[in-house]
Design a protein around this ligand. Sequence first.
Ligand SMILES: [Zn+2]
Length: 425
Amino acid sequence: MESNRFTDIVRYAYRYVPMYMRREAAYEKIEKWEDIPILRKEELQKNPDSSYSCEFMNAVRREDIAKMHTSGSTGKCLEFYWHKDDYARSLLPVWILRRKFYGISTNDKMCYFYTTPNGYNEINESGLRERRRYTLGFSKSDLTHERLLKIYRDITEFEPAWLFIQPSMAVLLCDIAEETGNGIPGLKYIELTGEMLTEHVRQRIKKVFGCYVANHYGSHEVNTIALECPEGHMHIVDNNILVEVIDEDTNELLPDGEEGRLLITSAVNRVSPFIRYDIGDRGRVFGKSSEYKCSCGCNMPVLELTKGRVHEYIETESGEKINAYIFVHAVEKINNAYESCIKQYKIIQTDYDRFKVKLVVDDEIEELGIDKRDIEELFRQSITHPGMEDAKYEFEYFERILQDDGKGKMLWFEKNNCELKETNE
Ligand SMILES: [Zn+2]
């Protein structure tokens, strides 16, 4: 294979990462890129201790390495590591695009929301706020109406140039902005991340805050994958990230413009290399080989994500729709508190106020001193959204939750009762 940033990381993984070192064909035997096996989440979950670079885990200062995990929207949880220098490098291309597209630079003030508090005590005020020189972050726990009003006041006083938030949080801020009649002074830009962005939500945010709104696609495993330009196209940060599209059934590479499953390769994460990684999303890519050029002037390839299910919301008896991502956040909380013990999950709404919570937990939770009742209690406590006060949860434990839509994509939230009205939105 010709040498480039992506083959360099492959060579590195085959040399230093046990999971790759054990593969049948050594790096030297790989003739072309497509011969490299696809990396699936199951394989990473099965090999929790051999998917990390031994060079890093043994030799480098451990305080430079951060352990992270994702609870993901696919219902499968994963542990991995980043070295702080790689992490910083992974953020560079998106900063260049932010500046180019929206005039935002690293010393513009920004607000965000977080699930996991940062460990540094001096910036973490009471666990509910994180303050650094240019950033102000708010914990997503305990989001009562009163606290939201307080957060909104804090944001308006801080006067951020931009917000980096999830669509569900942006919607809550829209509610408060309309209720108080106050905008956010100096706000130029809102970058939305972490959840599927619907057109309806985008238009509302734009209307309420009157600023640029752009979609950011990324994941904790590889950081930014693509950022939307002012022309509405998601440009892939192709100096760090390679996106391939493969056929669902044959795993064959698909040409430009054809829809299929996305494989992501990161050229920067050496501690936990993600190579031809099946991230669990579908979409199409334009402009890789052709002279396709976006009218924004950027010639990086464009990714079009297949619109996810907009039905990812809980429906209550009063007809209110609540974003089902509140469950993802509850799982994240449990994994932060209890040794990343949830490996897989699925939530089924069986009636307006009834939910089945299917969990796959670490075999060793007893040895770790974790009681299932504590997990269940924390799950209940974490769902604080108004309208969910009377919800009842029934917990079930499994060895494994099988993929169930016939396409290998886990549906992590389902509504499973004909009593629930079918709505067409
Ligand atoms: Zn563009």
